[in-house]
Design a protein around this ligand. Structure first.
Ligand code: GUN
Ligand code: FE
Length: 438
């Protein structure tokens, strides 16, 4: 069994921080060593304690000035939108029609799927993201290509074929029966094969009939440990359209609730305009609202209200996602920076420790994957990102005034950092991205 050592500065959360300066929430090793066997972390601690335990001849890579964190986790992104990102001038429903639905039709072609999946996964890794919850296109071959490429890289990915049977071009629609059968085949083929996981993926209420949403609910009952992802309450015109399509529903959330789509493994993108009753249902069912700040700003959807998710006795669980191609960056650092600014406009706050918790351990816990990913504990997969806080002149110059103050350094990383700040990305202890070799 081959042992690999990584030496450097390490930062990883033990639990959620209660606010700025809560140093009990994380482990920060100024000179630490991480030991990897068979793709998993088997030891982590101060170098002077761990070094002596290494088998003779162990190769140790030393990162002298970087900061090593668990790989980032993106809980909402669209793999067929790599060529939709940065499309000009529209809001949600027009944006879908004019750009997204045009591009997604190309995923009929398996060769196109493979090319785009390879680009997409490499771009995630270049940005330090090692796990993502991704939408495919309506075509099952998009998901086959995506998981095949993920398996090759050894990454842990969650994805699903979009189910959509109305209000979309013919080339992008399935039926109740084919969406159920194709999803089921993909679940049986991919769910829990190695590190791959399936998410039942009705796109959103506008593009599914009641019968198709019921089929999605049936899949969740049949396969209780798969995930579910969809969009919820992103844009005011969307909400009005949903209300007209489902006049008997109390509200948008209720459309999904009635067919059994809420629950602890269910991720709802956006959730910008939920009322109190909807937030309460989200909380009661342990459903997850995913905050997608760059997308919400770019498509002009609105400002996510973090405080409203904390009002009920049990808070709504909140994840962080890029939502590329509505989102404008693959970088979770940039996503956190925009989340900070959105909350500033709401008179709310996002301490850097909380932002980094969300990107790592927090998102892992939302996926019930704590202990597997999102932290640098023994037993976790050795998926980690090597960050350079001095990657650009502006960062270097700012860091001169900060020195060894970890939370301030994290804030510089998220505010000024992007893919340039990612020195290297490792998956199962294998270096899959190296900025200096790219
Ligand atoms: N709602 C339904 N589909 C989409 C999508 O592809 N992106 C975003 N941002 N919202 C959606
Ligand atoms: Fe989305």
């Amino acid at each position: 069994m081959q042992t690999v050592g990584i030496r450097g500065r390490f930062f990883s959360f033990i639990r959620a921080p209660k606010g700025p300066g809560d140093s009990g929430s994380y482990l920060y090793l100024r000179d630490g060593m991480l030991v990897i066997q068979d793709g998993r972390i088997v030891a982590i601690g101060p170098t002077n304690e761990v070094e002596g335990t290494l088998p003779p001849g162990t190769i140790v890579t030393h990162y002298e000035r970087e900061l090593i964190l668990p790989g980032f986790i993106d809980t909402h992104i669209h793999f067929p939108q790599t060529q939709v990102i940065a499309s000009y001038g529209t809001q949600l429903l027009d944006w879908l029609t004019r750009y997204t639905f045009v591009e997604e039709q190309k995923y009929y072609d398996p060769a196109h799927c493979t090319r785009q999946a390879a680009f997409f996964l490499d771009e995630l890794l270049r940005n330090g993201t090692t796990t993502a919850v991704a939408y495919g296109s309506v075509h099952p071959q998009s998901v086959d290509a995506f998981f095949t490429e993920s398996e090759e890289r050894g990454t842990c990915m969650i994805a699903g074929k979009v189910m959509m049977n109305r209000n979309a071009p013919l080339g992008l629609t399935d039926t109740v029966e084919t969406s159920y059968a194709d999803s089921k085949t993909l679940i049986e083929r991919w769910h829990k094969r190695g590190r791959q996981r399936y998410a039942v993926t009705p796109r959103f209420a506008i593009t599914s009939t009641q019968a198709q949403l019921e089929a999605a609910g049936a899949l969740l009952r049949e396969f209780p440990d798969v995930y579910m992802q969809t969009h919820l309450s992103e844009n005011l015109d969307e909400i009005a359209f949903v209300q007209s399509l489902f006049p008997d529903s109390k509200n948008y959330t209720d459309v999904y609730d009635r067919v059994g789509l809420l629950g602890p493994r269910s991720l709802f993108g956006h959730c910008i305009h939920l009322n109190e009753e909807e937030l309460q249902r989200m909380a009661d069912t342990s459903s997850v609202a995913v905050f997608c700040p760059t997308s919400n700003l770019f498509i002009g959807s609105g400002l996510f209200d973090m405080a409203s998710t904390e009002k009920s006795k049990r808070p709504v669980r909140v994840g962080l996602g890029t939502d590329v191609g509505g989102g404008t960056s693959y970088s979770m650092l940039q996503t956190a920076a925009e989340a900070y600014k959105v909350l500033q406009l709401k008179g709310q706050n996002l301490p850097p420790a909380t932002a980094f918790y969300m990107m790592t351990r927090g998102n892992a816990d939302l996926l019930s994957m704590g202990g597997e990913i999102g932290s640098l504990e023994c037993g976790c997969f050795a998926d980690f990102v090597v960050l350079d806080s001095k990657a650009t002149p502006a960062m270097l110059h700012r860091m001169e005034t900060i020195g060894d103050m970890i939370e301030e350094e994290l804030f510089v990383l998220m505010t000024l950092g992007d893919d340039r700040a990612v020195r290297a990305t490792y998956v199962q202890g294998r270096k899959l991205h190296d900025r200096n070799l790219a």
